[in-house]
Ligand binder design. Structure first.
Ligand code: MG
Length: 394
């Protein structure tokens, strides 16, 4: 089968009752093979923050190469972090239903909450996701019929959301896509207003994704628009032969694999990691060598246990490169003149070892001349003072 790409379009609408739109969607079908719908909740528009935060965290995580489940768990962390750090946002949360196309042609749907994904194949609408809602659990437990659930007063209560707990259970549904398949991602503002058979009929009438999404939103508004409404339609399209060379989808690495799924491509993942890591390591190595060269490529004459000493390195060291003792000179600092003592205590630096040796030899000569006078004429110590000129004749 030829490789597939996703073509997507979405519409979100405030509806006819609510003041703000806490729904949001993400369309990264072109760049990341990723689409998602989020339905936020929380007072004072915190729901808007929750849905937007989750979608941005999801996008960033997938863009950095994370598998979908990890990316959704990261989105949970991002919403929770914001919620606990800001009193105004406390208690906010969001649903998240996302689809990500892998290079193997599978669309993995990751899901938390009561937004939904539907597959439309050969004109037939199949619900992919199970709602994490109170009424859905009651239907599964046999306490309600699906028809009763549709009109139940507590049908908007959800049992799982992002941003509430540090741990979130993510449902995953791998779908082996066929060319022409369409996936509808939508918030409950659509599905509580428009019955599945009407959704199917709209989708079969309108092929163009953007117009079809708009028609679904219009239908929900026509039915009352009691909640925010979001519909994102994704179509699986065969990539034309001349585009196959550069598919615009990342590798996937989903943890729930259907039986026919080919083995994960560790080799390529490793290669991808190396492509990013190697240049960083090279730059780092160059920097280390440069700093090391700078730190070690000098000498200074200083004091070590009262003895004048030649050191290799920079006084005080540089980024972990400490100076090392290069040569003990045998000269005690107390034998030096005051000015010389000041110089060595201040670590007098030299660009080469021989310059440092010359300086030490001068110090040693001065010490010897002062301590072992060989002539009756005292030799003045080497001094930086200019010679005193003879008084002018009067
Ligand atoms: Mg809603």
């Amino acid at each position: 089968m030829s490789p597939l790409k996703l073509v997507a379009a979405g519409v979100t609408d405030v509806g006819r009752v609510r003041d703000g739109n806490e729904d949001d969607f993400l369309d990264q079908a072109n760049r990341l093979g990723l689409v998602a719908v989020a339905d936020g909740m929380g007072g004072h528009r915190a729901g808007e923050v929750a849905s937007a935060t989750a979608l941005e965290a999801l996008r960033a995580a997938v863009a950095s190469g994370q598998p979908l489940r990890d990316a959704i768990e990261g989105a949970n962390d991002a919403v929770l972090e914001k919620s606990v750090s800001d009193q105004e946002l406390h208690g906010m949360g969001t649903t998240l239903t996302a689809g990500m196309l892998g290079s193997d042609g599978y669309l993995v749907v990751g899901h938390v909450g009561d937004s939904r994904a539907y597959l439309v194949r050969d004109g037939e609408l199949t619900q992919i996701t199970n709602d994490h809602s109170l009424v859905e659990e009651m239907v599964r437990g046999g306490e309600l019929t699906p028809e009763q659930a549709e009109v139940h007063p507590r049908r908007s209560i959800i049992t799982r959301a992002l941003g509430i707990d540090p741990q979130v259970e993510v449902d995953e549904y791998p779908i082996e896509l066929q060319p022409g398949d369409r996936i509808l991602f939508c918030s409950d503002g659509l599905t509580t207003m428009v019955r599945p058979d009407e959704i199917a009929s709209i989708l079969s009438r309108e092929r163009e994704p953007k117009r079809a999404a708009q028609l679904l939103v219009d239908a929900a508004n026509a039915a009352g628009g009691e909640d925010n409404i979001t519909a994102v339609i994704v179509e699986a399209v065969e990539i034309p032969a001349d585009e196959v060379a550069a598919p615009a989808v990342p590798d996937d690495d989903t943890s729930e694999s259907p039986p026919v799924k080919p083995p994960r491509r560790r080799g390529r993942t490793l290669f991808r990691v190396l492509v990013w890591v190697l240049p960083v390591l090279v730059v780092l190595a160059i920097a280390i060598v440069a700093v090391g060269w700078y730190a070690r490529n000098t000498y200074f004459v200083g004091v070590n246990k009262g003895e004048v000493t030649i050191f290799k390195g920079r006084p005080g060291g540089v980024l972990g490169w400490d100076p090392t003792v290069e040569k003990h000179t045998g000269i005690k600092t107390t034998e030096l003149l005051e000015g010389e003592q000041d110089d060595v205590k201040a670590d007098k630096t030299f660009s080469s070892r021989s310059d440092a040796d010359d300086y030490v030899a001068r110090l040693k000569r001065g010490v010897q001349e002062r301590t072992t006078p060989t002539t009756t004429i005292p030799v003045p110590p080497e001094s930086t003072e200019p010679p005193i000129p003879a008084p002018p004749p009067s």
